[in-house]
Design a protein around this ligand. Sequence first.
Ligand code: NDP
Length: 314
Amino acid sequence: MNREHKRCLIIGSGPAGYTAAIYASRANLAPLLYEGLQPGGQLTTTTEVENFPGYPEGITGPELMADLRKQAERFGAEIRTGIAVKADLSKAPYLVTFDDGHEVEADTIIISTGATAKYLGLEDEQKYAGMGVSACATCDGFFYRNKVVAVVGGGDTACEEALYLASLAKHVYMIVRKNYLRASEIMQERVRNAKNITILFEHNTLGLFGENGVEGAHLVKRKGEPDEELVDIAIDGFFLAIGHSPNSSLFSKYLECDEVGYIITKGHSPSTNLPGVFAAGDVADPHYRQAVTAAASGCKAAIEAERYLGANNL
Ligand code: NDP
């Protein structure tokens, strides 16, 4: 095992990680950034990004991430590919082991490992990926203006996504497996008041169909009950909103996390309960989950890392 010491280790390569790398390298922290399984993060799975400031004509997710990466490299950030497999945060300097055979001892760590949207696990979700299946209404809703879409889920995210889509689409179905919504009362009320949202309670999705993209979904109503019924709906887009899993499990033994696993940060700062350990982007953000907010928190994390190193003469 190859052990080395770094002043600033950044784990994760979404907008939070790359932005942290840009700021940390410009502050002479000589950061080392590890890209994991999906270099560029969730944005590389979207097509057009039209809401990142500075791109009036929009930009594709992969291009945006390639630009951020280039910008980080321009200022000297070292970028490697590898997955963090072990972390010992019991004392500083902190030790993280990667599957490329490196053990990195770091004075500061910026955790920006992101979150993964949950999918139902249907083969058709893969088949129609980027062709009508999405897990982000804010990213992709715009392409469904005046079309018909479905949102799966009955929590706050599903309601929020359904309401957002209802402002663009002709009609929105919510596919809810129980006979009630789990969302907060205020969100439920907003959904109920929306004229173009139909809630399909006690429905589960069996599959999707369509020639060159999603044209509809096969559903089952009251699955397993005597009055079980198969229902097809015609839709152009199928949105998953059944929750996200923050990629924090490696660190949750040491860091305060909420009940879902999101790393808890202090107030508006990316500081965690451990000095010198910061969390940026979706791994610490169940609420906004936007590229621009992730980038902003990566910037804050790098500034905090710089201050911490300075204050401790590291
Ligand atoms: P939740 O876990 O609250 O809700 C997930 C929803 O998806 C539930 O309705 C659940 O159904 C459904 N679901 C899960 N798995 C499946 C499946 N395999 N098939 C069909 N349906 C499924 O996740 P959210 O992302 O909605 O919310 C996460 C947290 O973030 C919550 O605490 C929420 O309050 C918060 N949040 C707050 C917002 C706000 O305040 N504006 C906005 C967004 C999120 P079931 O109920 O049957 O389990």
